[in-house]
Ligand binder design. Structure first.
Ligand code: SF4
Length: 334
């Protein structure tokens, strides 16, 4: 709980550059809603240290990606006056807490995290940073003594581990940290051009900040329904990714499209669907694009916003670390 009686909420996102529709519909829209609810004291963290688990060989693009993602956050509606928006590496206390936690957490706890096993098998990644990822993530959360974390179902194992680590820490050193609760949000499935989950690693994404011609090109490359080859063939909109996106971005048109598609009407085909979707996306994100361009044109202002955010975050993080050092009776407890 913060001093003002509001619950504390923390969330983070890696600086992957421009945000795509999956990021927006899956997380960011919810973050803006939480911000506007006024119920929470919110910390949104751009987790650049986490990005090094995969980008350690050449981190030179990280700085630019931080600018890009910060501009996207703000253009999409995050208000730095209402939330604390900052970069993880600007708050060194995360690293200190991560180190202290690493002393008390058994290695098998980290090895059993499903995303660790999966990524080691599929990508062959293996480093302490990668194994310790959920530990640093725990430090990111509990250093703000967060009461809640907005998560999707796939992130629940990570949060459960954070709660387990909190219990272990509190058992050794006293009641320092609250156990963070999951704030589960229902996010729609956002398909990419190949009908898999939209993701930059699959290169099947559309970014909200993409210029109109790129949006059009990407939308026209969408997989649709392989059984609908000619305009007169009956289609299956319920399994068509273009239709899934139209349900979000042109909801008033979907009833008509569904019936035209299913009946194999000669008046409507996949090209028309795609053209409509591209039009809707270009229009929907027009003001977003304008705002992000303005923000990116003034890097000094963006840097100032992130520095101000880091200053606020540091104050809360240092307050926590003083409690932690005292609880652990550390030499540097002061
Ligand atoms: S007509 Fe539209 S809904 Fe039907 S398969 Fe083609 S793109 Fe999908």
């Amino acid at each position: 709980m913060a001093g003002n009686g509001r619950k504390v909420l923390l969330s983070g996102m890696q600086p992957t550059g421009m945000l795509h529709l999956g990021n927006y519909e899956g997380a960011l829209k919810n973050w803006v809603r939480l911000q506007n609810s006024g119920q929470y004291e919110i910390y949104y963290c751009i987790v650049d240290w986490h990005a090094l688990t995969t980008a350690y060989e050449d981190p030179s693009e990280l700085e630019e990606r931080i600018y890009q993602i910060a501009a996207d956050y703000i253009a999409a509606g995050l208000d730095p006056e209402k939330v604390t928006l900052f970069v993880q590496s600007d708050v060194k206390q995360h690293a200190e807490l991560h180190l202290l936690l690493s002393m008390i957490v058994p290695i098998p706890w980290l090895e059993r995290v499903p995303s660790y096993k999966e990524k080691v098998e599929t990508l062959g990644l293996d480093s302490y940073g990668f194994l310790g990822y959920p530990l640093l993530q725990t430090a990111d959360i509990i250093i703000y003594r967060a009461d809640a974390v907005p998560v999707g179902k796939d992130q629940l194992p990570h949060l459960e581990l954070a709660r387990e680590i909190v219990r272990r820490f509190n058992y050794f050193y006293g009641d320092v940290f609250p156990e963070p609760d999951a704030l589960l949000s229902e996010a729609p499935f956002i398909p990419g051009t190949d009908n898999r989950k939209m993701s930059k690693s699959y290169d099947n994404h559309i970014c909200m900040g993409d210029p109109p011609d790129r949006i059009q090109k990407r939308v026209m490359s969408y997989y649709t329904d392989e059984t609908k080859i000619y305009r007169g063939d009956a289609g299956h909109p319920d399994t068509c990714p273009v239709f899934a996106l139209l349900k979000i971005y042109a909801p008033e048109e979907t009833e008509k499209i569904k019936s035209e598609c299913e009946s194999g009407s000669r008046n409507w085909g996949c090209v028309k669907c795609k053209k409509l979707l591209a039009e809707m996306l270009v229009e929907k994100f027009a003001s977003f694009r304008k705002k992000r361009e303005e923000l990116l044109a003034d890097r000094e202002q963006l840097r100032r916003i992130l520095r101000d955010g880091a200053e606020k975050a540091r104050a809360r993080a240092e307050e926590t670390m003083k409690i932690v050092r005292r609880a652990m009776k550390m030499w540097n407890a002061g």
